[in-house]
Design a protein. Structure first.
Length: 147
């Protein structure tokens, strides 16, 4: 499953590059995310693929899950692309090690045998999935999740 999880982060950004929408309203982001979690990102590796594309891989340790339809894995392997020139002020470089709030979704992924399984991936478009942790943002998430 780790391979599929990593592969999904490498392939899916290509479909969102062409026309990046405005950031969704926060209540919509919270509603549309299947998972929302406070994580500690570490072991961040980035590599410039060219002048306009950065490949990023990192590990994330889940510190607290705010929203999860089923138990969330304790650790996530993240792999995604950053396009500094295309996303305005959002995600212009690899995230530093530290605490973040991640917005994630379930994504059906087909493996080489044709089997479809759900994989947890960053909310799409990816630049809107990663937020620096703050108590203020945490409280905003909690308030938005209240019925």
């Amino acid at each position: 499953m780790t391979f599929l999880f990593k592969l999904s982060f490498l392939i899916l950004p290509f479909f969102t590059v062409l026309a990046l929408p405005a950031p969704p309203p926060f209540p919509e982001l919270v509603k549309d995310a299947n998972y929302i979690a406070r994580v500690r990102i570490h072991d961040v590796n980035s590599k410039n693929l060219n002048k306009k594309t950065i490949s990023v891989s990192a590990k994330a340790e889940v510190l607290e899950a705010y929203k999860t339809p089923i138990p969330m894995p304790a650790r996530l392997d993240l792999a995604f692309l950053v396009f500094p020139d295309l996303f305005g002020k959002w995600l212009k470089e690899a995230p530093d090690e530290g605490e973040y709030i991640l917005f994630l979704i379930n994504k059906p992924v087909r493996d080489a045998k044709g089997t479809i399984s759900n994989t947890i991936v960053l909310y799409e478009p990816h630049p809107f999935a990663i937020y620096n942790y703050s108590e203020e943002l945490e409280n905003k998430v909690r308030q938005t999740l209240k019925p």
